[in-house]
Write a protein that binds this ligand. Structure first.
Ligand code: FES
Ligand code: FES
Length: 169
């Protein structure tokens, strides 16, 4: 089957998609977007998190056909997505989304395998809830596993991004 959808603001078409093929597979193997990671392929780790019509989902659990006509944002499109939200103003000189910059500044990246999914999930939470409590952050990221950091630096990064967002930095 053919799937037409929008990925990071651009119309995309994937041909010869078989029925059970996941959105994650299509993104990585057909569209050349390897940012979303494939760690468990069972909806357990969150490394494949993308936004589907704005909602964070595990793309390994979404059949590609379900994305027909819908909008997907992956980690590759996060900076552009954040820029649009900020009214087109580049939020960071680096060209990164604010949440990406905060992860770097807080030292929240080690092997990096969990990072794309965490970034997408954290960015969605900050859009929805600009002043999250620690409990809000933990809840929003509860589906994203990290085997390296012990999560504290990740918490720091999200707190930092929230503080910068509220200061308009
Ligand atoms: S690869 Fe999708 S949740 Fe782990
Ligand atoms: S940084 Fe390695 S799994 Fe999170």
């Amino acid at each position: 089957m053919r799937v037409n959808f929008t990925v990071n603001g651009r119309p995309q078409e994937a041909d010869d998609v078989w029925e059970g093929e996941s959105l994650l597979y299509v993104l990585r193997e057909r569209l050349g977007l390897p940012g979303s990671k494939n760690a468990c392929e069972q909806g357990e780790c969150g490394s494949c998190t993308v936004r589907l019509d704005g909602v964070p989902v595990c793309s390994c659990l979404v059949a590609a056909g379900q994305a027909e006509g819908r909008e997907v944002v992956t980690v590759e499109g996060l900076a552009e997505y954040a820029r649009e939200r900020a009214g087109g103003t580049p939020a960071q000189d680096s060209g990164l989304a604010p949440i990406q910059q905060a992860f770097l500044d807080a030292g929240a990246v080690q092997c990096g395998f969990c990072t794309p999914g965490l970034l997408v999930a954290a960015d969605e939470m900050l859009e929805r809830n600009p002043t999250p409590s620690d409990a809000d952050i933990r809840e929003a990221l509860s589906g994203n596993l990290c085997r390296c950091t012990g999560y504290e630096k990740i918490m720091d990064a999200v707190r930092l991004a929230a503080a910068r967002q509220s200061e308009g930095v």
